[in-house]
Design a protein around this ligand. Structure first.
Ligand SMILES: NC(=O)C1=CN([C@@H]2O[C@H](COP(=O)(O)OP(=O)(O)OC[C@H]3O[C@@H](n4cnc5c(N)ncnc54)[C@H](OP(=O)(O)O)[C@@H]3O)[C@@H](O)[C@H]2O)[C@@H](O)CC1
Ligand SMILES: [K+]
Length: 488
């Protein structure tokens, strides 16, 4: 029983790993060393993908476009699987197979193959229900030539649904770059064996439609990035009280709107007690549930019961804001640093060296990230996961780099990638809601990685629950419902 549970846990973990082309090759080698051969893996991958296509086709005809490599090989296996299940299928061979496994897969396909090229007229190109793209996968090394791009585009335009196998042809697996202009949009993309970075990176990920993983038994690779998992969040303990559940302090600044928005989210993110820490009058519009503590920040923080602090939303960038950031850094408390506070953060500030010794999350968007990279003397080179890792290493904090596809990097170099989030999140105040949610989870968990991951998931799910054209206030209100979905 426990072996079975262990196995299930292991498979769930490997189902979340994201492998670069180099890591995928190493994983493939691991499978070879364990006695599998490419032919067997291709059969497994092709049949798994074929079953998805069979269901999607629901009796309609299928065209499989096959390229020269093993992605093309998968295509012949898919075609044979469909033929075995009485689905009408035709293969268009864009190029002859060039690998032993692909040649063998083609030789085992008993159905019709049309060779692309001058001899195949426009009229000879099949039209049908589902196009399956097996032109190129992770081996794509350059843009598609004009003839291949035209063939792919023509077939895509004449099929109602389009399935990309492993990756859409024309997509760079490691970076998510589109190597050609005008590439088709896909209904479904089936990742084979493991996710690739492109499945979670702009601009490629928005062309892929729904994405699903076909398991072929790839083992866990050390150091692999992980897909953001749906969290499991425990309800408060039976004997919990507001302090033990987590007291969060939110540092108020010059612009109360952003601070209050982050507080609205924090109140719904699980913390037992949220206090607004202000040196002056309480801003208008403070909800009854939000306790306002007035006084000098060092005095307010002398209360030893804080689980976490949030500094940044609405803080401002003047000397008073700088002084508050200094106090927050000097407090040694678990910390979420967002918005203006990110712009003020400098490696030379007292307390910054201590970020590695406490739970701390930085939540920059792209613009704030560039300022941080400049201030921390980082090159800013590489893709978003690599840049987030560089900042996490340099600062000692976890970095939640926000965007359509958000990335979380830990100081140890580990990376978690979020799925594409609702584009309705591009609304003013959305970042304040995220920061409040991270801070709330940090007050509860005191664990920067867990808080960032849980909050990113909750924020994304809250957007789905809020629907379309929501305000950031409505988004903050939806955090509670998202949390209720993942209670243990
Ligand atoms: N890893 C695994 O465990 C498993 C992997 N599997 C499958 O294998 C796929 C990877 O296979 P792959 O390495 O053969 O790469 P793939 O993308 O088929 O083509 C490479 C060929 O295309 C060529 N070529 C490249 N770009 C080109 C261009 N623009 N225009 C023209 N030619 C171009 C390139 O030649 P070259 O770059 O040398 O000129 C080479 O000949 C993977 O995505 C998955 O589907 C599964 O079977 C199960 C197990
Ligand atoms: K493909």
């Amino acid at each position: 029983m426990s072996n079975r549970t262990d196995d299930a846990r292991k498979r769930a973990q490997t189902a979340r790993q994201i492998l670069t082309v180099a890591q995928m090759r190493a994983a493939e080698q691991g499978l070879m060393d364990a006695g599998h051969d490419v032919h067997a893996l291709m059969q497994r991958a092709g049949r798994g993908a074929g079953e998805w296509v069979r269901r999607l086709a629901a009796g309609r005809s299928v065209t499989v476009l096959c390229g020269p490599g093993n992605n093309g090989g998968d295509g012949y296996v898919i075609a044979q699987y469909l033929a075995d299940h009485d689905v009408p299928v035709c293969v268009v061979a864009a190029r002859p197979p060039q690998t032993d496994a692909a040649r063998r897969a083609r030789s085992l396909f008993a159905g019709e193959v049309r060779e692309a090229g001058a001899a195949l007229s426009q009229e000879g190109l099949p039209r049908g229900g589902v196009l399956v793209d097996c032109l190129f996968g992770s081996g794509l090394s350059r843009p598609l030539s004009d003839d291949l791009a035209a063939l792919l585009g023509d077939l895509a335009a004449h099929h109602a649904m389009r399935v990309a196998v492993d990756l859409p042809s024309g997509v760079d697996a490691d970076t998510g770059a589109l190597l050609n202009e005008g590439l088709p949009e896909w209904t479904l993309t089936l990742a084979l064996g493991a996710w690739k970075p492109a499945h979670f990176m702009m601009p490629a990920c928005v062309t892929m439609g729904a994405v699903r993983l076909v398991d072929i038994g790839v083992e866990a690779m050390p150091g692999a990035a992980q897909v953001l998992a749906r969290p499991v969040i425990a309800a408060p303990a039976p004997d919990a009280h507001k302090y033990r559940r987590g007291l969060l302090g939110i540092v108020a600044g010059a612009m109360p709107g952003a601070t209050l928005l982050s507080a609205q989210a924090a109140l719904r993110g699980g913390a037992g007690y949220v206090r607004l820490l202000t040196g002056g009058e309480a801003p208008s519009g403070v909800p009854a549930e939000l306790v306002v503590s007035r006084g000098a920040l060092p005095d307010l923080l002398a209360d030893g019961r804080y689980g976490a602090l949030l500094v940044g939303p609405g803080l401002g960038r003047d000397d008073a804001a700088r002084a508050k950031l200094d106090v927050a850094l000097a407090s040694g408390l678990p910390l979420v640093i967002d918005a203006d506070a990110l712009v003020l953060l400098q490696p030379g500030l007292a307390g910054v060296n201590g970020l590695a010794t406490r739970a701390c999350v930085l939540t920059p968007h792209e613009g704030e990230m560039q300022v941080l990279e400049h201030n921390f003397g980082l090159s800013g080179e590489g893709d978003r996961p690599a840049r987030a890792v560089a900042l996490a290493r340099a600062s000692g904090a976890h970095v939640l780099l926000k965007g359509p596809c958000s990335v979380i990097a830990a100081p140890d170099g580990s990376v978690t990638m979020g799925s594409r989030a609702s584009s309705w999140l591009s609304v003013a105040g959305s970042g304040d809601v995220l920061a409040g949610t991270v801070a709330s989870r940090l007050a509860v968990t005191r664990d920067a990685g867990a808080a960032a991951a849980q909050a990113l998931w909750l924020h994304s799910r809250a957007a789905e629950r809020a629907g379309s054209a929501f305000t950031s206030g409505e988004l903050a209100h939806a955090i509670g419902g998202a949390l209720a979905e993942v209670l243990a």
